[in-house]
Design a protein around this ligand. Structure first.
Ligand code: SF4
Length: 253
């Protein structure tokens, strides 16, 4: 059984956990890395990451908890565009993988660009649309609360909300899930946070924000550091709520 690469808009894969019970605001650095040491075959870092000192430092921190088979490879988008169809054109659901192993990692930047800039980029690098390797989906509106959406989607009922996205893919191996193969992680977290006010201001009446239902966000903490920043941001906004999607991890403080 082969699963299509999931769309961000239509994935409900993890059980949400309200943020305030997940993370303390203290320094939560552990004496052991990530939720376990990841052992991917490949780790690719796009070269633009090294134009952002904080993002580059984050890669170094994350690599301290990762043991790839091959050395970390810095790649241009041109090179990643060639690699993508060779390695991730068809990602089976975890349950269909014989001898599963940790997904490849692609560490790149989230892009806060205009639609025209994005279109032009994908015309040049069309293979980077898959798994959002381009890093375009930093947010998405999910219409769970709207009647037509509910009727089209198994009758499930939830609140509509902005989804915040920075990770695509997950190293857990739930048999029904197609989020293996590659984990794309946005490492320019400071830049992401600098744009968060723009996202939160898109609809002043919106109070719920969901992060990130195409992964288990706690897997990559504390090295990624995005959970702590988001929790602190929303802790300062008494009328706004962050819902954190945690699937199978007990990597929770
Ligand atoms: S593999 Fe990860 S993202 Fe997929 S269902 Fe399991 S915990 Fe959720």
């Amino acid at each position: 059984m082969v699963g299509r690469a999931p769309s961000v808009e239509n994935s409900i894969l993890c059980v949400p956990l309200i943020s305030f019970i997940m993370c303390s605001l203290e320094d939560t650095r552990r004496t052991y890395p990530l939720f376990r040491t990841l052992k991917p075959a490949k780790v690719y870092v796009t070269d633009d990451v090294y134009g952002d000192p904080a993002a580059a430092a984050r890669v170094e921190t994350m690599m301290s908890a990762i043991e790839p088979d091959a050395p970390l490879q810095c790649v241009t988008y041109d090179e990643l565009n060639d690699i993508a169809p060779q390695r991730w054109s068809s990602v089976p659901r975890w349950g269909a993988v014989v001898n599963p192993r940790d997904p490849d990692l692609v560490l790149t930047t989230g892009k806060f660009w205009s639609d025209e800039q994005k279109q032009s980029f994908l015309e040049k690098y069309p293979n980077l649309a898959t798994h959002d390797l381009a890093g375009f989906t930093v947010k998405a509106w999910r219409r769970d609360g709207e009647t037509d959406w509910r009727e089209e989607n198994r009758g499930t009922v939830c609140q509509s909300a902005w989804q915040l996205h920075s990770i695509m893919g997950c190293p857990f191996r739930c048999a029904y899930c197609g989020l293996g193969g590659v984990n794309r992680i946005l490492v320019n977290v400071e830049e992401y946070m600098a744009h968060l006010n723009e996202i939160v201001s898109l609809d002043p009446k919106q109070r719920l924000y969901k992060w990130d239902n195409v992964t288990d966000v706690s897997v990559f903490e504390p090295e990624l550091g995005h959970s702590k920043m988001l929790v602190e941001y929303f802790a300062d906004k008494p009328d706004r709520y962050l819902e954190i999607y945690v699937g199978k991890s007990n990597n929770i403080d």
